[in-house]
Ligand binder design. Structure first.
Ligand SMILES: [Zn+2]
Length: 257
């Protein structure tokens, strides 16, 4: 029987039978994989809590034609601090939802899988260690920008899409074409969002920075600006994937006001 080992982060689980679950994971070597966690719902299951969403494990799997069987799991990082804070948990679930949406259809190579795995792992770590909501949102913005770059849908934030010139003025952003245009180049029939030059610079800096390195903006940005930028990128990702985020829909529905 062919077996393989990999590190993977659980991104979704759903029931297969009375005792078994299917776990969707993002693995370091193979990208998005699905495995059967046999007997996981029994009280004395060996896999147990390690198969919960957002846990990162080193796994041993048996290769099968359709769904691989998860034989062993040892937790590398349970990301426990994400679970006791609704804002952190919501954001983490939103992040893995994006991974699930984009990586299921894409045929990524091994190097791309490794980059995305690192990005996911470090983002979950950043969110887990955030000291306030602004830091949570900032971590998510960095992920949104960098993940879209990796997925081939990076936003052009430096040069005008029409004339290719760099500008220090306020610009217009088109979500459909994925980039900025200068005021002079704007088309009448296109829907644009006004982008203040400072916000443009902020997003541009974040998209180029390393995911685990602070930027000069991290201590300057306030919650409102961070939220606005996050929602803008969320909208962009929804336009590109043609799919609304379920995570926030569910959270909105359960909010007690
Ligand atoms: Zn232009």
């Amino acid at each position: 029987m062919e077996t393989y080992t990999t590190d993977a982060i659980n991104i979704k689980t759903y029931p297969l039978s009375e005792n078994d679950n299917i776990v969707v994971m993002f693995s370091k070597e193979k990208g998005l994989i699905r495995g059967i966690a046999k007997g996981v719902k029994r009280p004395k299951s060996k896999l147990g809590a390690r198969m919960q969403t957002l846990v990162c494990n080193t796994l041993m799997l048996n290769k099968k034609q359709n769904l691989d069987i998860i034989k062993e799991a040892s937790a590398l990082n349970p990301f426990n601090k994400l679970r006791y804070d609704l804002e952190k948990l919501t954001m983490a679930l939103y992040i893995v939802e994006i991974i699930n949406t984009f990586c299921a259809a894409e045929n990524l190579d091994e190097d791309q899988n490794k980059v995305i795995y690192e990005l996911l792992y470090k983002t979950l770590n950043n969110i887990q260690n955030s000291k306030n909501n602004t830091e949570v949102v900032l971590s998510a913005i960095k992920f949104q920008l960098k993940f879209m770059n990796e997925a081939g849908f990076g936003l052009e934030l430096q040069r005008c899409l029409v004339c290719s010139k760099e500008t220090n003025d306020d610009v217009l952003l088109s979500l459909k074409t994925g980039g900025i245009v200068c005021i002079q180049c704007a088309f009448e029939h296109v829907q644009y969002i006004k982008l203040n030059r400072k916000i443009k610079d902020f997003l541009n800096t974040l998209s180029k920075a390393k995911i685990d390195e602070p930027t000069r903006y991290d201590n300057l940005v306030n919650e409102k600006v961070a939220e606005t930028c996050f929602n803008l990128l969320k909208k962009y990702i929804e336009v590109i994937s043609n799919k609304k985020s379920k995570t926030f829909k569910v959270m909105e529905a359960t909010k007690v006001s």
